[in-house]
Design a protein around this ligand. Structure first.
Ligand code: ADP
Ligand code: MG
Length: 337
């Protein structure tokens, strides 16, 4: 690289906009390791995700937006644990030291890092095909993390936000013929771009649902597939769920650009939504609704947990049928953006 590795780090990563102070960070980037010190009574929550060019994001993706997505999808995992962000590390592989690209990437990261008070405390910078790995570190009061296990028959199933926007955005990025491009004006295109590059990391919701939700996760592979994870992790002995088709929350953009015949399937199985799916004991339902209302987050009851087999869909006419659609699975399907 024309620009040396250390100078690159100094100019674009070890910058005050990214490497700002945090009460729980004793030592940030610059040494062989960073040091965190959590307040007594807290546990550290860690999560890591890699985004590879042409698999997880398109070639020539806007670096400012790409940086935002990389950090937001990681923060979404902290949200699903009910954790508060503390700091993140970044391992980046770059084909070249393109300073325009790096400047925009650094600015994009900084907007999200600042919005969530989650500074960059170190990383690794190498040359190679563009790949971005971020590890986020968060904290929860000991024993209070939201887990996938804990759902019981009788609990109700809620989701934050809308479903299917991530999948619609992918159709838009891939120029998929099923998307009704003629129905889109610039506001819809902005909404789709935002759904892909700037998904809301529901940190506030996750924190507010501690002690209220019995199980939680963020929807990355599609509601149906992800809800199965809760059913499996919570199984005692076996749990199922009924999801009401008519309750699935869909955004105006989604309803406008996705054919009516595809909407339910996409809302159920489309990935990349990064909304929270939680189960709530009936006794906590009112408090959970009030908490989400206080945050201004759409919170929709979409069904309930029972002892039946698998996920069943209750159609608008009231019939129930087993869900046969599968969420996106990295190993069963090849996906390229
Ligand atoms: P070492 O050789 O000891 O592994 P490096 O040369 O990889 O250290 O990194 C030097 C310093 O720069 C370390 O403190 C590291 O955390 C930091 N650093 C490297 N890459 C990044 C990055 N992409 N973002 C933030 N900090 C980084
Ligand atoms: Mg190193």
């Amino acid at each position: 690289m024309a620009l040396g590795e250390f100078e690159l780090i100094r100019r674009y990563f070890a910058v005050p906009e990214l490497a700002f102070a945090h009460a729980d960070v004793v030592l940030g980037a610059g040494d062989d390791g960073a040091i965190l010190a959590l307040p007594p009574g807290f546990q550290l929550v860690m999560s890591i995700d890699t985004l590879n060019e042409s698999i997880h994001f398109p070639v020539n993706a806007d670096p400012f937006l790409l940086a935002q997505r990389c950090l937001l999808v990681n923060l979404s995992d902290l949200a699903a644990m009910g954790a508060e962000p503390v700091a993140f590390t970044l391992a980046i592989s770059l084909p070249s030291a393109d300073e325009l690209w790096l400047a925009a990437f650094s600015r994009g990261l900084a907007t999200i890092a600042q919005a969530h008070q989650c500074p960059l405390i170190g990383g690794d910078t190498t040359r190679g095909p563009l790949a971005i790995t971020i590890q986020v570190h968060g904290k929860v009061p000991a024993g209070n993390a939201l887990l996938r296990s804990g759902a019981l028959a009788g609990d109700v199933v809620y989701v934050t936000g809308d479903l299917g926007d991530g999948a619609a955005a992918l159709w838009w990025l891939l120029d998929d013929a099923r998307l009704d491009h003629s129905a889109l004006d610039s506001r819809h295109i902005d909404a789709l771009q935002q759904a892909f590059y700037q998904p809301d990391a529901r940190i506030g919701s996750g924190i507010a649902l501690r002690g209220l939700a019995s199980a939680a996760l963020d929807i990355s592979d599609g509601l149906a597939s992800d809800l199965q994870h809760i059913l499996k992790a919570s199984a005692s002995p076996a749990l199922g769920a009924v999801i009401e088709e008519s309750a699935l929350p869909m955004s105006p953009t989604f309803q406008r650009c996705i054919p009516v015949t595809e909407q339910v399937a996409l809302a159920l199985t489309g990935g990349d939504d990064y909304e929270l799916c939680v189960t709530v004991p009936v006794a906590n339902e009112k408090a959970a609704i009030a908490a989400m209302k206080g945050l201004g987050v759409r919170f929709t009851r979409i069904g309930y947990i029972d002892n039946g087999e698998g996920i069943r869909i209750k159609t608008i006419s009231g019939q129930q049928h087993p869900l046969s659609l599968k969420g996106y699975n990295h190993f069963s399907e090849s996906r390229q953006v």
